[in-house]
Design a protein around this ligand. Structure first.
Ligand code: SAM
Ligand code: SF4
Length: 337
């Protein structure tokens, strides 16, 4: 029998090894966060979505080509029907190719899924939470219930899942609350990462009004906390500081004020099989047509290679203050952040 060929690893034109795949498993969500989506979103017709089996086939191809870490995101990954089936199937690859399987979630369904996620091999998850005030939470998500998310966080910690909180920094919305969020997160043994808003997709509000450079947030926090830079990295774009007063870690993700592209190790797959080589660029490769045209692994690997060869050096997000148009027309929920 002919020995199975090991497909070549993915090295992009700038010699960056691609070892991290983010998979947006659905564009749908039970929330409509004001900076992420418009109130009236039109979602994709079902026929355009990859089935869970097709998503699994694509994920397997990426693992064969050197992906070690995979993150499921969306939209809200936990609202996709039967998503735990995919989580379980991918979880079986942990230890044989895959080092980590994780997800980013708004937390609304976590109370239901925490134990099962742990059972499938998930050990860490990111929960997005922009405020601790139930009224403001309902306002920013346009429909969320903070109690549900808090129950989800409790359930995860009980199940043994490690949580990192992500908060989008929004001027005049949660900047004054950040010290409380730091104390809450660190008091519960969770890291907290703050993210600058990125100009992606049309939303109703004016993002330039809400944009808060994290250099400003950091300076404000330093009025009451002692922040020490650390070399701690999770392989992503966050830069972490240690907060002396709480003993916890605080991360900053600054796509707008800082470029972190030189060490980018990731690509993003959408639920329709489009592969985005950069979050901040429009170019994407259609892997669905190859996937549906043939069962041949080599053809799929070749399509992936062709896409990776197009990975750009970096993004060029700019907030166009004169036109107030997003730099990238698709919403964050397409690629999942
Ligand atoms: N629904 C899940 C959630 O909220 O965690 C996963 C998908 S969501 C698109 C992933 C992350 O992107 C969230 O932390 C969200 O706050 C962030 N996000 C969405 N739109 C953004 C924007 N325009 N700028 C910066 N972050 C954004
Ligand atoms: Fe949904 Fe996440 Fe976007 Fe909020 S940020 S609307 S929870 S996809």
């Amino acid at each position: 029998m002919e020995p199975m060929r090991v497909p070549a690893a993915m090295i992009d034109p700038f010699q960056r090894a691609i070892t991290y795949l983010r998979v947006s498993v659905t564009d749908r969500c039970d929330y409509r966060c004001t900076y992420c989506m418009a109130e009236n979103m039109s979602f994709l017709p079902k026929k355009d979505l990859l089935t869970l089996e097709e998503l699994n086939r694509l994920c397997a191809a990426f693992i064969a080509k050197g992906v070690r870490k995979m993150r499921l995101t969306g939209g809200e990954p936990l609202v996709r029907k039967n998503i735990m089936h995919l989580v379980r199937t991918l979880g079986k690859r942990l230890g044989s190719g895959l080092d980590e399987l994780t997800l980013t979630t708004n937390g609304s369904q976590l109370a239901r899924f925490a134990d099962e996620l742990y059972d499938c091999g998930v050990r860490r998850i990111n929960v997005s939470l922009d405020t601790l005030d139930p009224v403001k939470f309902h306002q920013i998500t346009r429909r969320g219930d903070l109690d549900e998310v808090m129950e989800g966080i409790d359930a995860c910690q009980k199940a043994g899942l490690k949580i990192k909180l992500n908060a989008v920094a929004l001027k005049g919305f949660n900047d004054a609350e950040m010290p409380d969020m730091i104390r809450f997160a660190h008091g519960r043994g969770m890291d907290l990462t703050v993210i600058e808003t990125m100009p992606m997709g049309e939303v109703e509000e004016d993002r330039t009004d809400r944009y808060l450079p994290l250099s400003k947030l950091r300076a404000d926090l330093e009025q009451q906390f002692t922040l020490t830079d650390t070399g701690y990295r999770t392989g992503g774009p966050a830069r972490y500081v240690r907060v002396k007063e709480t003993g916890g870690r605080l991360g900053f993700i600054t796509p707008m004020t800082h470029n972190f592209c030189e060490s980018c190790n990731r690509v993003r797959l959408t639920c329709t099989g489009m592969l985005y080589m950069c979050l901040g660029q429009n170019d994407a490769a259609d892997l669905r047509s190859t996937l549906r045209a043939t069962q041949d692994h080599d053809a799929l690997h070749a399509a992936i290679d062709e896409a990776i060869a197009r990975k750009p050096r970096g993004h060029d997000f700019i907030i166009d203050r004169t036109q107030n148009r997003p730099a990238v027309p698709r919403h964050m929920s397409v690629t999942g952040g």
